[in-house]
Design a protein around this ligand. Structure first.
Ligand code: IPM
Ligand code: MG
Length: 385
């Protein structure tokens, strides 16, 4: 038994060393200015995904109409990233779909159902996690803003390592002993921490907070923490502070303390948990968009799930597309359409915070995704540069 486990462990180590080699070989980021056209893949996912993705695509098409007319940007619809097709092919991402995704530069992706042990679906890996791995989308950037409470946070969640790397590859050594693994590499830590510092520098922020549990998870979190200290030396105008994840979750609800945080950088699982908590202050995960950025590809999504119950009850047309539209704003700024991104962000703030002429309730008491998209586009027209 131990021999079999050792053999599997050996194979996992080989895989990780190969991943390091690939990170080293693919470290230079793509320059979108050289992509003619920039191809934006749109994939609806399942559950409420298609409805909220369609509404967001309409808004993107509206804002990018001149760029499309000039041949600078092209949209590409990608079908098949649904739980039904994934279950049928027993694949986190069906190979043909993955190939299509790889033919795009950036992707707007609707939520996808993640099977869990004991439900009706085969226990395939999450499509999100698989896509982050396949396209090496290492930086999960999640902004959370609540202006009237002084909250302006940007989370840089490491997206390809930590407890997620081998999350589906743990070992049942015996009937009684189960082992999972967590992974940190020098390259993986460096690239996410540097991305957080670079963002802080360009956004005029003066503080980066690294969040780990390095007092207990000494090897991998310890590595993350040491590398953060090394990288901080390259940014003399930015202060690095370090917090443990447990006290950090507490401090996010400390009204005096929390407004001092600006940019947070953290390993995968802590980032997963902390960003849900953070989004709650903004109005819940339904309001938050998320960027998954790599050197070659980038994918933009909502941070919530696919809400299959809403579809069963025929309410998907009333789902809130704000998170996907926030993700669309991140997409625009990532490919260099900063002005369009700002316009969309301002329109979202107007339509969901200040003006709120239409409200989304998730049922027929509120507006539909399509009506909301029209409201956003009307608002964009009235926003002056
Ligand atoms: C997220 C989600 C995913 C994650 C799930 C759906 C696998 O919670 O994007 O935060 O854990 O990363
Ligand atoms: Mg999550």
């Amino acid at each position: 038994m131990i021999e079999a486990a050792k053999e599997r462990f050996g194979a996992l180590l080989e895989e990780q060393l190969a991943r390091i080699a690939s990170m080293k070989a693919n470290a230079t980021p793509i320059d979108y200015a050289t992509c003619k056209p920039i191809i934006i893949g749109i994939t609806g996912g399942d559950g409420i995904g298609p409805a909220i993705t369609k509404a967001s695509k309409e808004v993107l098409e509206f804002l990018l109409a001149p760029a499309v007319a000039e041949g600078k940007v092209q949209f590409k619809d990608i079908e098949g990233l649904t739980i039904e097709r994934r279950a049928q092919e027993k694949a986190a991402i069906p190979p043909a779909v993955l190939e299509e995704l790889k033919s795009c530069h950036v992707i707007l992706k609707g939520p996808t159902t993640t099977p869990q042990a004991g439900d009706d679906w085969p226990n395939i890996e999450s499509a999100n996690v698989a896509m982050r791995k396949e396209l090496d989308l290492f930086a999960n950037v999640r902004p959370v803003r609540v202006p009237d409470k002084g909250i302006d946070w940007t989370f840089f969640r490491e997206n390809t390592e930590g407890a997620y790397t081998l999350g589906s590859k743990g070992i049942h050594v015996t009937d009684d002993l189960a082992i999972d693994f967590t992974v940190a590499t020098t390259q993986g830590c460096e690239r996410i921490i540097r991305a957080a510092f670079e963002y802080a520098k360009s956004a005029g922020k003066t503080r980066v907070t690294a969040v780990t549990k390095s007092n207990v998870i000494k090897t991998t979190d310890g590595k993350f923490s040491l590398i953060a200290k090394q990288i901080a030396k390259d940014y003399p105008d930015i202060t690095l502070d370090e917090w443990y994840i447990d006290i950090m979750t507490a401090k996010l609800i400390d009204e005096k303390r929390r407004t001092q945080f600006e940019v947070m950088v953290l390993p995968n699982l802590y980032g997963d948990i902390l960003t849900d908590e953070a989004a709650e202050f903004q109005g819940g995960v339904g309001t938050a968009g998320s960027a998954n950025i790599g050197t070659k590809y980038a994918m933009f999504e909502a941070i919530h799930g696919s809400a299959p119950r809403m579809v069963k009850e025929g309410r998907d047309i009333y789902a809130d597309p704000a998170s996907m539209m926030r993700a669309s704003a991140l997409l625009l700024s990532h490919i260099g359409y900063t002005k369009e991104s700002e316009t969309l962000t301002k329109a979202l703030d107007t339509c969901t915070i200040t003006e709120r002429k239409l409200t989304i309730t998730g049922r027929e008491t509120g507006c539909t995704c399509t009506e909301f998209a029209a409201y956003i586009m009307d608002t964009c027209k009235n926003i002056k540069d």
